[in-house]
Design a binder for this molecule. Sequence first.
Ligand code: ATP
Length: 234
Amino acid sequence: MSAPLLETRGLVAQYGDTGALFGVDLEAREAEIVALVGANGAGKTTLLRAVCGLLPVAPDQVRFDGAAVGGAPAHRLVALGMAMVPEGRRLFPSLSIEENLTLGGWSGRRGHWTLARVYELFPVLRERRTARPTTLSGGQQQMVAIGRALMANPRLLLCDEISLGLAPVVIRDVYAALGAIAAQGTTLLIVEQDVALAQRVASRLYCLRKGRVALSGASAALGRDDIRLAYFGM
Ligand code: ATP
């Protein structure tokens, strides 16, 4: 088996004096979809932020393509091939859809993903390219957030709760796009509240509880009851 593209070893993170992650070991391989599940406050968002340089962590705690990159500045990690689709999308409201997408590419890498390819993946964005993000539906806004991250040509795409607040039919479309992105060779680490959905789309799953990995394994091998137990700790 190939070496993991992303590896965390004993990852710890804290906010001031309060710990949020207490030694998380996780790995994700090339073109794999890995899901993080867990209750509110379990540390899922913190893990994504620690991986992509938004929280101070020790170099050895995050390895990317074999290199120790923990705590490296976010812009350097983008240049190395990480991109994040943040919770709440964080689009630039005064810019057009196309400007939002184009901005995603400025500090990134050249590669498969261009504006044309993002529009192929999400044709509705081409139709709405001169519109402002606030005039789009929630699902379309999420597509812009994903497209903007793709414009950096990431090898690893971190997605935080992209299904939140979306209708089931829209969630299906967005996840179909994530499948296409992984098939193109990108590794995905996704935070997903809906455990059943996470199990369907991800090859492997990590369940966090109170900042620790309570359960991990191949999605197909994990039983609902095991996950429920790990999730709630009961
Ligand atoms: P959610 O589903 O609610 O987003 P989560 O699993 O993503 O939950 P985190 O947001 O990573 O959890 O939070 C982990 C812990 O860190 C929680 O106890 C939370 O209160 C705390 N925390 C998160 N962000 C901050 C912050 N900016 N300042 C202080 N504490 C924080």
